[in-house]
Design a protein. Structure first.
Length: 317
């Protein structure tokens, strides 16, 4: 996600399959950051209790869901590049440039469904569907400005601790309206409720899990990750991500028990020193904060991961 009205800055070309563990930014190689709700009872990443859609058919598998490709993280850059991120090997791989019919608007937030379709919000509030296989784009008839949600973050969460039914959640980025759901059949919004506590009125990006949880990355200073009750927007618990600040663009995703936070510095350093996004991992199990990459060669403005991604702890690093 990027702040409203901020013009993206030109970055160095994106390197295909660059290592996120490299101590410096990736070198160049070729090429704002988001149905009805069902609540569940589960043990969340912070130990708390938390309260289908159309696609391009490119998810693979007999059911059209949860192929290997849908278990990756996907990010989108301010230069409209769709990129996959594989935490196990810490590599980014460019899928392609998306060419949505958005005029001068730029991508700002993203969510990915179980069939491998990315739902991408643009800075003008429009919503497009993008194939995570080919980066092909399809416009939707989403009505901009419903319920006053002009700019918003997005994330899918399954409707319960088991099963494949899922809901797309939205978080208001401007007016403090909190949480809503989007019926992806009718493209109509339904209000859920405001965020509360220490993050009341704050902007948030969203990520969800395949066992029914929903989390927000709240733009406090430093940022906080909070588990959200999907039935009313109540923030169950929060954790501060030390030394991590939203800057000029921010996004995050859940994967294998960990959170990956993507933040970019304020634009004064770009493109002068070619600093793109920083990738930081927050591990709830031991509350550790690890900088995976201090400066990519590209700026991430949105991230999405489907509810097919692993929910249990994976330890490759």
């Amino acid at each position: 996600m990027t702040p409203m009205g901020r013009t993206p800055l030109l970055l160095a070309p994106l390197l295909v399959a660059c290592s996120a563990l490299a101590p410096v930014a990736c070198s160049s190689g070729g090429s704002d950051a988001g149905g009805s709700s069902g609540s569940s009872s589960s043990s969340g990443a912070f130990g708390g209790k938390d309260g289908g859609g159309q696609s391009f058919g490119d998810g693979g598998g007999g059911s059209g869901e949860c192929s290997d490709s849908t278990k990756l993280i996907y990010v989108i850059t301010d230069q409209s590049a769709l990129v996959s991120f594989k935490p196990e090997t810490a590599t980014f791989t460019q899928i392609g440039l998306i060419g949505c019919p958005a005029g001068t608007a730029t991508p700002t937030s993203m969510a990915v469904d179980r069939a491998g379709t990315a739902w991408v919000r643009y800075s003008d509030g429009s919503l497009n569907k993008v194939s995570t296989k080919t980066a092909a784009c399809q416009a939707t008839k989403f009505e901009v400005g419903q319920l006053g949600f002009l700019q918003f973050g997005m994330g899918y969460s399954t409707n319960g601790a088991s099963g494949s039914a899922e809901t797309l959640f939205l978080s208001d980025s401007l007016g403090g309206k909190g949480l809503a759901t989007l019926d992806i059949g009718t493209l109509k919004l339904s209000q859920v409720g405001p965020f509360d506590g220490a993050v009341a009125g704050r902007s948030a990006e969203l990520t969800g899990t395949g066992d029914g949880r929903l989390y927000g990355l709240f733009t406090t200073s430093p940022v906080q990750i909070g588990e959200i009750d999907k039935s009313n927007g109540h923030v169950i618990s929060t954790a501060e991500v030390k030394d991590t600040f939203a800057g000029s663009a921010w996004a995050f995703s859940f994967y294998g028990g960990d959170f990956y936070v993507y933040t970019a510095p304020d634009p004064g350093g770009l493109p002068k020193d070619q600093r793109g996004s920083k990738v930081t991992r927050y591990r709830p199990s031991d509350k550790s904060v690890t900088v995976v990459n201090a400066a990519l060669s590209f700026r991430i403005v949105g991230a999405g991961v489907s509810t097919c991604a692993p929910t249990t702890a994976l330890r490759w690093v």
